[in-house]
Design a binder for this molecule. Structure first.
Ligand code: FAD
Length: 317
């Protein structure tokens, strides 16, 4: 099933979630252990993130430093196929511009097409740790909109090699990212929404938001998108706080704010367990309000842990 159609047609709020591939060396069982407790809530789709390579320096003889590329979490496509095979649930692999030239992107899309995976979340990717700003691969895409355009070309049967005639078109449903608190590089919200609209105009069929803790920011974002002429489903992304460390890590890593009412409650917590309880109650309240407001789907960021999401889902779905 194509996620854009599922979201457009649904009469009730759907449940979906996102997983990270396990660290290299770990078994796929850790993925199944994350999914099994959530299957009873009938997920409409499961997203699997993509993690590009990082560079490390290893000391060699005579003090030389060798630059080595390592991928800590490979396996996105394989995991998507394994989930589909084992649970018969639709999967959405994340595909990023970073680290791919256009030919490699095309080949990755062909792999997905042959596996029967016809959903993609098209993203630019963040700068790698050793870069201060995003640098595209030589012959790769600078922005997510360019990736969306390439996927649309394949959906029209247009491959990079112009000698390929009468090619089989792919049928990808394309999702893109949106930011209720603005993307951190964007000069202002209106500029960011203008760029978001370009991704929709290029052929993306729905938006999944960055995580947020203040529903009003999501409602304002949806209104601003509608005012700008964006009419596709906008799926809110929810992440429960699960530890005291999250109080500083989440704002820093995702460029988002935690509302004062939430931090006041977290200030009273002495342990990770207390913080997790507060985080869960907050996410339940957020989810209930979003559902009452008729959002098409609530998408949960599990970050590899599903126990909080299970408890939230059991109260909401
Ligand atoms: P873009 O849409 O390309 O936007 C990036 C910035 O450029 C924005 O500030 C935008 O306003 C601006 N911009 C866009 N077009 C133009 C233009 N033509 N001219 C000038 N400025 C422009 N990262 C991963 O590495 N792997 C993942 O699996 C992953 N999953 C994600 C899932 C979700 C739901 C979200 C919200 C983010 C995810 N990310 C992931 C992070 C994402 O890659 C980063 O937030 C990245 O910095 C931006 O990606 P984008 O697709 O929004 O980029």
């Amino acid at each position: 099933m194509q996620v854009n159609k599922v979201l457009k047609e649904t009469k009730e709020t759907l449940f979906s979630f996102e997983l990270l591939p396990p660290l290299k060396g770990k078994s796929i069982q850790s993925i199944y252990d994350g999914i099994d407790p959530l299957v009873e809530f009938n997920p409409a789709f499961i997203n699997v993130t993509y993690h590009r390579e990082e560079f490390i320096y290893k000391k060699r003889e005579k003090g030389y430093l060798e630059k080595i590329a390592i991928k800590k979490r490979p396996g996105t496509v394989g995991i998507c196929a394994a989930i589909k095979n084992r649970y018969d649930i639709d999967t959405v692999p994340h595909l990023i511009c970073g680290g791919f030239n256009k030919e490699e992107t095309e080949n990755a899309l062909i792999d997905l097409h042959f596996l029967g995976i016809n959903n993609v979340l098209a993203l630019r990717g963040d700068p790698i740790k050793t870069e201060t700003q995003f640098v595209p691969e030589e012959g790769g895409h600078q922005y997510a909109v360019d990736l969306v355009k390439q996927i649309v070309e394949l959906n029209n049967g247009i491959y990079m090699d112009e000698n390929i005639q009468n090619a089989t078109p792919t049928n990808f449903s394309i999702g893109v990212a949106g930011y209720p608190e603005k993307h951190f590089e964007s000069p202002n919200m209106q500029a960011d929404i203008k760029r978001l609209k370009q991704k929709i105009d290029a052929g993306a069929g729905y938006i999944v938001t960055q995580l947020f803790f203040d529903n009003q920011k999501y409602f304002d974002f949806v209104k601003a998108c509608r005012d700008a002429g964006i009419d596709v489903p906008i799926v809110p992304g929810i992440k429960p706080i699960e530890s005291l460390r999250h109080i500083t890590f989440l704002p820093k890593f995702f460029n988002i704010d935690l509302p004062e009412a939430l931090t006041n409650e977290l200030d009273k917590c002495d342990s990770n367990q207390d913080a997790k309880q507060v985080g869960m109650e907050w996410a339940i309240a957020q989810s209930k309000e979003l559902k009452e407001n008729g959002v098409p789907c609530i998408h949960y960021y599990t970050m590899g842990r599903s126990s909080s999401v299970k408890q939230i889902a059991s109260q909401v779905f």
